[in-house]
Each structure stands twice: as structure tokens, then as C-alpha cells.
Write a protein that binds this ligand. Structure first.
Ligand code: ADP
Length: 169
């Protein structure tokens, strides 16, 4: 029986992340979702908000647990007796970044393996950063993120008075 750690910023979580967790939970005995807190990396949502989103998402699944962690993910995995780090891959660009990260993590702890899971084709365009930008222009993100996240993204909505644009000439 194998347990997997699924770490990420989840700023905010999207249906792409949800899909990876849902598929992984039917393969692994347990999936430990880790909201990574990195003071050097700016996040729009606080760690507590990201935890709240994730708690809501994983609530129906008994073999998925949730943690917040602010240090090396291989250390977290070792402490929890997990030998698998799970990462989602949307594109060749993702793969190249994820591959380098996996080599680095392997150097830190050779006993821990990274498993890559390709995104479902329905979700390959979903990117937290693009969704935040779309929401800031008032775009409909309801098919991209869970309802709780959609609601939280409303705080970035544009000034409604600007809907027709400003004529400058
Ligand atoms: P990080 O900052 O650690 O990259 P993210 O929250 O952006 O955290 O992503 C966490 C993991 O989920 C990463 O492996 C990322 O590639 C993967 N991921 C993000 N969006 C998707 C998606 N739409 N489909 C599949 N995997 C995804």
C-alpha cells in the first residue's frame, strides 16, 4: 500500500488540481495534499484561505488528508512515511520544470520518487495565474474552479462602471 504527497501552492485550487486528487485517490492508499507556504513566493490568497478551499474540496474523500507545510517537501514526505511525490503535468513546459524539480528532490532524498500524472484534456488550459487574471477582468470562471473559489475570486472583479471602456480620443 502506497501513500502519495500532492504538494502545491493551490493559489487558488482549480478543477485541474481537483481532477489529479480524484484520480490519485483511487490509485493510492492515501493522498496527502500539502498547501505549500513559501514566504519568498507571493500568493494572492493567504495560506489559511488556500487551506479552507482545499478542505472544502477534499471533504467527501476519506483517504485524502490536508496539511500546510513551509519547508522542504521531501522532509515532509519522509516524516509521513510517504515515498511518492505526485505532480500534475499540463504541457512540455510543465514537464521540463517538473523534471528539474524531481531531479533536485531525488538528490535531496533518493528514496522518494516523483510520479507525474498528465492532466485530463478537459483541464489542460487551467492555470491558477491565468484564472486570477480572467477573474480580474470579470470573466466567467465557473467551469474552472469550485464554487467557493469562484466566490472568493469576486473580490478581484473590475469596476463595473468601466464596462464600456474609456474613450480617450
Ligand atoms: P506549484 O506552485 O507547486 O507549481 P501549483 O498549485 O501551481 O503549485 O500546482 C500544483 C501541482 O498541480 C503542480 O504539479 C502542477 O503542475 C499541477 N497542476 C496545476 N494545474 C493543473 C491542471 N490544470 N491539470 C493538472 N495538473 C495541474
Amino acid at each position: 500500500m502506497v501513500k502519495a504527497v500532492f504538494p502545491g501552492s493551490f493559489d487558488p485550487p482549480t478543477y485541474g488540481h481537483v481532477n489529479i486528487i480524484e484520480r490519485a485517490r483511487s490509485i493510492f492508499e492515501e493522498v496527502l495534499v500539502v498547501v505549500a507556504v513559501n514566504p519568498g513566493k507571493h500568493s494572492v490568497f493567504s495560506p489559511e484561505e488556500r487551506m479552507e478551499f482545499m478542505r472544502d474540496i477534499i471533504a467527501p474523500w476519506p483517504n485524502v488528508s490536508l496539511y500546510m507545510y513551509d519547508s522542504l517537501i521531501v522532509d515532509f514526505a519522509r516524516k509521513h512515511n510517504c515515498r511518492v511525490l505526485l505532480r500534475g503535468v499540463r504541457s512540455v513546459q510543465d514537464f521540463s520544470y517538473e523534471f528539474e524539480l524531481s531531479v533536485m528532490n531525488k538528490g535531496l532524498d533518493p528514496d522518494i520518487e516523483t510520479f507525474f500524472m498528465p492532466t485530463d484534456s478537459k483541464y489542460f488550459v487551467l492555470r491558477s495565474s491565468a484564472i486570477k487574471e480572467l477573474a480580474s477582468f470579470g470573466g466567467d470562471v465557473s467551469t474552472m474552479v469550485p464554487p467557493m473559489v469562484e466566490k472568493a475570486l469576486q473580490r478581484f472583479h473590475p469596476d463595473k462602471n468601466n464596462e464600456a471602456g474609456h474613450r480617450t480620443k
